[in-house]
Design a binder for this molecule. Sequence first.
Ligand code: FES
Length: 185
Amino acid sequence: MSDPVPTDRPGKETGQYEETDSVTRRKFFKVVIGAAAFLNGLILGIPFLRALINQSPLKKLSYVEVGDIGSLPAEQPTDMNFPLRSSDAYLHEEVIHSVWVVKHSPTEATVFSPICTHLGCHYKWNPEDGRFECPCHGSVFTISGKVIGGPAPRPLDTLPYKIENGKLFVEWERFKVGISEKVRA
Ligand code: FES
């Protein structure tokens, strides 16, 4: 049996250092991969977290400019459209919404959601008969939103608003349909 070959690294002949180096490398790669996975999860998770917060019933609404109401005729329902930017996870889009506005004075109005409280169709104002009518199942509402016919379970939903310098701003929100209480959707 021959003597072990002398080396300048003690333990090399036993493989002890190679094993230690290999364990250290493995640990290093584990840490790097773990950190990369964590960062990746964080980056991917942020939009979903934002979407969750946006869907929260506690989400704070803000006023959106609808338009000039100075020239609207008084006590005459008017359909007003406005763009609203929405964010859902990665998707950002601008959607055109509408509201029915009944102006009472330069500083007072009633703003109705355009969504029928029965099953969510868009109703119209019938100027001849002076009432709101839903084409889907025949619900009928007065100019103040009260149900006077059809299956609608509650009056038309009003939206919070403010008027500043002749401009109308509303807090756009949706409510559950088909139930007698006005509950945020
Ligand atoms: S959705 Fe309007 S009456 Fe049914």
